[in-house]
Design a protein around this ligand. Structure first.
Ligand SMILES: Nc1ncnc2c1ncn2[C@@H]1O[C@H](COP(=O)(O)OP(=O)(O)O)[C@@H](O)[C@H]1O
Ligand SMILES: [Mg+2]
Length: 501
């Protein structure tokens, strides 16, 4: 026995609430368009380039400043060295003292003129030390000049000043040279760094570009793939709306909203199509219906005629009996018409408690002629007192009419159609429609509930898919058991009123 329960059967009817919910979810998110994200990426790139350029500029201006400082300090050192040379001359020959003072003066001017740039490189402290040194040096020289010849006698104090001057001068040169050397080292370090910077920048840029490319691919490729999945699912007939999956609203959200809307329209068209196919099915049932109507009308005509002819002769009881007959036949005809109207209606379902027995007998009436024409024998055993189910009469009638017509069509050379019903422990009423027809091959069993799947030349392939969605809407399900050349059983489970007892 083959069994099919078809869990992934699509709903053919619009779930308007779910759709509205999905559309709302898609709309009510903060907007972050892909365009904005890409722009942001480029802004980041620009900032990166700007930072690199500014760093480069700052570095080169720093190097410039240091070079300038080194130059200034070289002039300063030169002046001090010159002063020391004259100072030596003074001690040897007592000459050149004013020249030495002049050099010191120039050195001081250099310090004063370039004080800002020197300070910016070595700081205020060191500049102060240098100025103090210079002051002391100058003071000693001034002492020498003031003392002049009188000092010549006091060789002791002169030699002391000489020693002090030597020491101070050496210290000043040492400090200046040291500073220059230190700055030179720094400049070398910095220029090495500056030379390396473009390479580092290129590496970082490459990294950022790779990341941005990857990121934008993810932003575009991943949703695209998702949308490919959506279209496949929609093509399979699953019209459940696309819901929001990401935190931000972007161009793809607009696409999702448009697709949801398109699905809504598609579903509406499909419903209209189903309705038109239903009308076509009615067309093919017309001969049976004509027969159904013709019988009672004929009976009415015959009985009325006889009553008119024999109005005077027959007894009152007989009259009453014939009128009763006419009434019954008229009832029968109007019942057929009512059934037909029920079947063609496409109202919103109205769920009311229904008697399964009444539902099935009225449905069988619609198919009775088909059964007779196809030599199909009916075995009906559905207890009248079966618990009521809650549902829409005309929709459920469609379900059973579809199943019965399918069964009749599966038995072109006649057979038996058995309709049984009972109630199970899980709170369901189950109705089994069994035929002794050709059965359903294993290979097509998974497809019989698909919309438009048919193996019949003039089939619509909608009977089972519509039936499935109706039963699903009623909170029930359909189960199939079938064996080729033996027959099939379609079991419909519908929740009974009051649930589990
Ligand atoms: N009782 C049955 N016996 C054999 N095959 C069946 C039966 N019911 C349905 N089928 C198969 O399922 C297909 C789909 O049925 P349905 O959706 O009612 O569409 P249609 O009757 O228009 O073909 C049928 O074409 C047929 O192949
Ligand atoms: Mg069918």
């Amino acid at each position: 026995m083959e069994e099919s329960q078809n869990k992934k059967i699509p709903d053919l009817l619009v779930d308007e609430a779910a759709l509205a919910e999905a559309q709302k979810g898609l709309m009510e998110r903060p907007t972050m368009s892909i365009r904005a994200k890409i722009t942001l990426g480029f802004v980041f790139l620009f900032i990166l380039c700007a930072v690199a350029s500014i760093t480069f500029l700052v570095m080169s201006s720093l190097i410039d400043r240091k070079l300038k400082f080194m130059e200034t300090l070289n002039y300063y050192t030169f002046e001090i060295q010159q002063a020391r040379r004259y100072e030596k001359n003074f001690f040897l020959y007592r000459t050149n003292l004013p020249d030495a003072l002049e050099n010191v003066q120039t050195a001081r001017e250099i310090l004063k003129k370039e004080s800002n740039s020197i300070m910016s490189v070595i700081g205020q402290e060191k500049l102060k030390v240098m100025t103090v040194h210079l002051d002391r040096y100058e003071n000693y020289l001034n002492d020498l000049r003031a003392g002049g010849i009188p000092l010549a006698g006091k060789a002791e104090s002169v030699s002391k000043i000489e020693a002090e001057l030597r020491k101070l001068g050496a210290e000043m040169i040492f400090l200046a040279v040291n500073l220059v050397n230190k700055e030179r080292e720094e400049v070398e370090e910095m220029s090495k760094l500056t030379r390396r910077m473009p390479l580092v920048f290129l590496a970082v840029l490459l990294g950022v570009l790779v990341y941005l490319t990857h990121f934008s691919a993810q932003q575009i490729v991943r949703p695209l793939n998702r949308f490919v999945d959506y279209t496949i699912r929609i093509a399979r007939g699953d019209f459940s709306p696309i819901t929001a999956t990401r935190r931000y609203k972007d161009e793809f959200s607009r696409l999702a909203i448009a697709i949801n809307w398109m699905m809504e329209q598609l579903q509406k068209n499909q419903e209209q199509y189903i309705q038109s196919r239903k009308m076509a099915a009615i067309g093919s049932l017309t001969s049976g219906i004509a027969h159904e109507l013709n019988n009672p009308l004929n009976n009415i005509c015959v009985t009325t005629e006889s009553l008119l002819d024999e109005l005077e002769e027959v007894s009152d009881t007989e009259k009453r009996k014939r009128l009763q007959d006419i009434y019954t036949q008229a009832e029968r005809a109007s019942g057929v018409v009512r059934n037909l109207l029920d079947f063609t209606r496409m109202d919103r379902p109205s769920f009311v408690p229904l008697s399964v027995h009444e539902l099935l007998t009225s449905t069988m009436k619609l198919a009775k002629n088909e059964m007779d024409l196809n030599n199909v024998e009916l075995e009906y055993s559905v207890p009248e007192q079966l618990p009521h189910i809650k549902g829409d009469f005309s929709q459920l009638q469609q379900v059973f009419l579809n199943l019965i017509i399918n069964s009749i069509q599966a038995m072109p050379h006649g057979g038996t159609l058995r309709i049984t019903g009972d109630s199970n422990d899980q709170g369901f009423v189950q109705i089994h429609v069994t035929d002794t027809g050709q059965g359903i091959p294993k290979s097509i069993l998974p497809h019989i509930f698909d919309p438009f799947f048919t193996t019949k030349e003039k089939g619509t392939g909608l009977g089972l898919s519509v039936s499935y969605s109706i039963v699903k809407k009623h909170g029930g399900r359909i189960l199939v058991k079938s064996e080729t050349n033996q027959g099939s059983t379609f079991s419909v489970f519908l929740p009974r009123v009051g649930g589990v007892s």
